[in-house]
Design a protein around this ligand. Structure first.
Ligand code: HEM
Ligand code: HEM
Length: 240
């Protein structure tokens, strides 16, 4: 395995070893938070400790950071590969500087979103973080699979990342709102997010099957992907 193949594994490994276990823990605390609230409402008592809501929120904070981070790593690999392959560092220095600034600006916006209190600033930093991801996603090299968007690792991943950013942005509203409107919106949207994460597991592993090892690429890319045929190799001489 070459170094570039190995670097390509960073994103899937973090997804499998860090992000997906975190999703499981956050979902478990979410379930308990809801059960505790409903039990307390019905009978004024519950065996579930009150700390589950806090644990869900704290790990939810980590989840947003790790999903946005994972998305940035997923985008950095194909963008970086395209910059190196096309030698853009010398040819289009402005574009490369812009891309680096966008990565930095997205991370800074997310950091500010964690600290923002007022609704206006939370909306501004959430929009900036989301916009940063979309602008980076539009760069050359990113395989978006737009013709099959419903089955695309890029679009599903972007949607999941946006839902995580939105969840972080509305945390104070969930607590403040006595009518539970934000709580219901949060629950509904994040049930969709759970489905999107499953979709990411499926499309990500499929993409790993489709992306071949670097040394095999010249042979694989000489194949016709529409008719699913590859040039037949020269026959091996019989007497060898
Ligand atoms: C897999 C993703 C997630 C799912 C499925 C999920 C689901 C839920 C559910 C079912 C509840 C309880 C609603 C109720 O009481 O009826 C809840 C509460 C809450 N969630 Fe999430 N959530 C997720 C991610 C997040 C994230 C990323 C954050 C923050 C960054 C977050 C922040 C909160 C907060 C602050 C509450 C209120 C907790 C309390 O009552 O103490 N959630 N969530
Ligand atoms: C929360 C879960 C995940 C998110 C948000 C996410 C997001 C992304 C994004 C935005 C990209 C760049 C666009 C693209 O090339 O498709 C990407 C690329 C990729 N992801 Fe994921 N991903 C997640 C989980 C996974 C998993 C579980 C795997 C495999 C086990 C995986 C494998 C890949 C691969 C192979 C690429 C292609 C990199 C390249 O173009 O060379 N991802 N991911």
């Amino acid at each position: 395995m070459e170094l570039s193949d190995f670097i390509g594994l960073i994103h899937p490994v973090i997804a499998v070893a860090v992000v997906f276990p975190l999703i499981g823990i956050v979902a478990n605390f979410a379930w308990q938070t809801r059960q505790r609230r409903l039990q307390t409402l019905a009978s004024n008592k519950s065996k579930i400790p009150p700390v589950v809501g806090l644990e869900h929120r704290q790990l939810g904070n980590w989840l947003t950071g790790s999903v946005v981070g994972l998305t940035l790593i997923g985008l950095a690999y194909p963008i970086g590969e395209s910059i190196i392959k096309n030698q853009l560092l010398n040819k289009q220095t402005f574009q490369v500087t812009f891309i680096l600034l966008m990565f930095t600006a997205t991370i800074i916006s997310l950091a500010f979103l964690y600290r923002a209190n007022s609704q206006l600033w939370r909306a501004i930093f959430a929009t900036l973080t989301g916009t940063g991801l979309v602008i980076l996603g539009c760069q050359d090299g990113v395989f978006r699979r737009t013709n099959e968007w419903y089955w695309s690792h890029y679009y599903i991943g972007m949607a999941a990342a946006m839902l995580m950013i939105f969840s972080l942005a509305i945390v104070p509203d969930i607590y403040k709102d006595r009518s539970h409107r934000w709580r219901v919106i949060h629950t509904l949207l994040n049930c969709i997010a759970l489905l999107l994460f499953i979709g990411q597991g499926m499309t990500g592993t499929r993409d790993m099957l489709e992306i071949t090892l670097n040394w095999q690429k010249p042979y694989i890319y000489s194949c016709d992907f529409v008719s699913k045929t590859c040039p037949t190799p020269n026959p091996i001489p019989q007497n060898k």
